[in-house]
Design a protein around this ligand. Structure first.
Ligand SMILES: C[S@@+](CC[C@H](N)C(=O)[O-])C[C@H]1O[C@@H](n2cnc3c(N)ncnc32)[C@H](O)[C@@H]1O
Length: 191
């Protein structure tokens, strides 16, 4: 199997704006993301933009037995890679803004959503469509956990992402993680 970093880098050169980074996130960032969401009693969890699976393994490991998991990735090459890497993960190839399509038939909505999308890089319409889709499916108390590179957080698009989160969530908490290239904030949002 090809190395995840090489697969990721190839995706960046082919679709830079959609990929949004040159390398997968670190194990430390994955652990910091998962530690913020309370997955101990989760029944259904969604991951948007899993890429090569930097967070996926950590999420699956934290889920209780029998919990349902769904990942939505837009890049078909990354979907193929991730299905091979983690065959136990349920990965669909679609736009994260179409989240409702994949949960409509489930008995209950997700209690937690993880988002790896490069929200500060996406066109405003795409960014807002994804945030609206997440806000529409999360129940009261449900959480969205995402990350934002520290160097991008103070830029106009980075600040706009924070404003859009504040419009849709009751509480937005921010935690720095230095062990990632580049360092990132984990943003934990409660509906
Ligand atoms: C910055 S990468 C993060 C990948 C992984 N979560 C990580 O942290 O290493 C962003 C990922 O989001 C995917 N993506 C971008 N826009 C998307 C969309 N609208 N729907 C689903 N996936 C999307 C990209 O293809 C890429 O895999």
């Amino acid at each position: 199997m090809e190395n995840a970093t090489i697969v990721f880098l190839k995706s960046f050169f082919k679709r830079p704006r959609q990929t949004g980074a040159i390398a997968p996130s670190s194990r430390q960032l994955a652990q910091a993301m998962v530690a913020r969401a309370d997955l101990g009693h989760a029944r259904f969890v969604v991951e948007l933009g899993p890429g090569t699976g930097a967070f996926t393994g950590a999420i699956l490991a934290a889920l209780p037995r029998g919990a349902d998991f769904l990942a939505i990735e837009r890049n078909p090459e990354l979907v193929t890679f991730l299905r091979r890497r983690l065959p136990q993960a349920n990965v669909v190839c679609d736009d994260a803004a179409h989240l409702w399509r994949h949960i409509a038939e489930r008995a209950a909505p997700p209690s937690a959503v993880f988002c790896g999308l490069p929200l500060s890089w996406l066109p405003a319409g795409e960014r807002d469509a994804v945030l609206d889709a997440v806000a529409a499916v999360l129940p009261l108390g449900g959480t969205l956990t995402l990350f934002q590179y520290i160097h991008a957080a103070g830029t106009p698009p980075g600040r706009q992402v924070q404003r859009e989160l504040a419009r849709r969530f009751r509480r937005v908490e921010r935690y720095p993680t230095w062990w990632n290239l580049p360092p990132a904030y984990v943003l934990h949002c409660v509906r």
